[in-house]
Design a binder for this molecule. Structure first.
Ligand code: NAD
Length: 417
């Protein structure tokens, strides 16, 4: 079988919902086509005096509901197709949780671990200057994603502010607290997953306490999801993994200790002395109640979906389950809570950060957590209701909610001129 590209995969998900909504071909074209795609090739002076040219992207998919919003990823495999798909998902995600944002995403094709601190800073500042013509607090607001963090957001904010000659806190989110970051942004995506996990269990008439979970990816999303599931919901997290491999303990892992270990060991869990070493593939096939893929896209595919034994998959990553895998999982009765709902906690607290920056007035962590829980729970039940109404799966229901909201905004605004 020919493997679908990541954007094609995303379109297949959209098509299923579009069919139920009976969207006409012209509206489908309007809603799926990215508004703007920027490719920048730019030089960076390396420490040894040589010059290296890097390629970066920023795609704005749709801005019918508000300024474009979406993270920036640094990865050697990043390409236009991937960034386009990620921007597309941001449009529906922001609409599903009801934020006044459109969808965007950015990326630079680079392995940041091969750069010195100085090289990384120069790359960040030059890339941000290159995409600046389409960025701004009222136009497009980036955030962290894979291999980017709050320090990188600080450099982005400073670069934009220097170029504009005024401090523009609201130009990126995920910043350090000292320069306009929000309390609770670090944990936000993981906390959103923990909220959704509890809600889906309630919805299914089950108790989340003492259930088991496996989490793939131990970065921002995966580690906070694992920590909050274990500490706040009494979930037994039996396996976690990162790019170096997975660790399994049927009795449950000590997530706090694993995070401390990772932070002292170059950001990876390799060499952690407890538990049993297994592969990332084996982790995905463990017999657990909840599986949280929180690393990269396309990890559950037509090839391994049949071997997945989890009862519920909560997508921490964007696009971890392919369209073909979805069909197999649906047939097996495995519930998939889709990325555009499950991992929306990050962009929701990014929205709070942007609101705080624009008002120069900052909230405490309790306010952030309360507001996040309210939005995530409402989104969950909005989607669950549509799922029942259309007798469909959670992913298609989430698309229906998102498409309906974006289409309404488009209709109301009309087609310019
Ligand atoms: P991160 O860079 O903080 O962490 C990524 C983790 O995945 C690391 O532990 C890394 O070692 C691991 N990993 C990389 N390749 C792997 C592989 N082949 N197998 C297993 N593990 C691997 O990134 P993040 O911010 O946690 O993002 C993870 C996913 O969540 C991405 O899909 C991202 O788009 C999505 N996401 C992130 C946010 C956010 O707020 N950061 C919000 C929504 C969605």
């Amino acid at each position: 079988m020919e493997k679908l590209g990541i954007f094609q995969n995303a379109l297949k998900q959209f098509d299923k919902a579009a069919e139920l909504l009976k969207l006409s071909p012209d509206i489908k074209e309007l809603l799926t086509t990215p508004k703007r795609e920027l490719i920048v090739n730019f030089p960076v002076r390396m420490d040894d005096g040589s010059i290296k040219v890097f390629r970066g992207y920023r795609v704005q998919h749709n801005v019918a509901r508000g300024p474009a919003k979406g993270g920036i990823r640094f990865h050697p495999d990043t390409n236009l197709d991937e960034v386009r798909a990620l921007a597309f998902w941001m449009t529906w995600k922001c609409a599903v949780v009801g934020l006044p944002f459109g969808g965007a995403k950015g990326g630079v094709k680079v392995d940041p671990t091969t750069l010195s601190a100085g090289e990384l800073e120069r790359l960040c500042r030059r890339y941000f200057s290159e995409i600046q013509p389409i960025i701004g607090p009222e136009a497009d607001i980036p955030a962290p994603d894979v291999n980017t963090n709050s320090q990188i957001m600080a450099w982005f904010m400073d670069t934009y502010s220097m170029n504009k000659e005024y401090p523009a806190l609201g130009v990126v989110t995920g910043k350090p607290l000292e320069i306009g970051g929000s309390a609770g942004r670090n944990e936000a995506t993981g906390r959103g997953i923990r909220i959704i996990a509890e809600e889906i269990m309630n919805y299914l008439g089950k108790n989340i306490k003492n259930t088991t979970a496996a989490v793939q990816g131990f970065g921002n999303v995966g580690s906070f999801a694992a920590l909050l599931l274990s500490e706040e919901c009494n979930v037994k997290v039996v396996a976690v993994s990162d790019v170096t491999g997975a660790i399994y303990d049927p009795e449950g892992l000590n997530i706090k200790e694993l995070i401390e270990y990772r932070d002292k060991n170059k950001g990876v869990i390799a060499g952690y002395p407890k538990g049993q070493k297994i592969s990332n593939e084996e982790l995905l096939e463990l017999d657990v109640d909840i599986l949280v893929p929180a690393a990269l896209e396309n990890v559950i595919t037509a090839e391994n979906a049949d071997r997945v034994k989890a009862k519920i998959i909560i997508e921490g990553a964007n696009g971890p389950v392919t369209a073909e895998a979805d069909e197999i999982l649906n047939k097996k009765g495995i519930i998939v809570v889709p990325d555009i709902l499950a991992n929306a906690g990050g962009v929701t607290v990014s929205y709070f950060e942007w609101v705080q920056d624009l008002q120069w007035y900052f909230w405490d962590i309790e306010d952030v957590r309360r507001a996040l829980a309210k939005i995530m729970k409402k989104a969950f039940y909005d989607v669950a209701k549509v799922r029942e109404q259309y007798n469909t799966d959670f992913r298609t229901a989430a698309y229906i909610v998102g498409i309906d909201r974006v289409y309404s905004a488009t209709r109301l605004r009309g087609i310019y001129p």
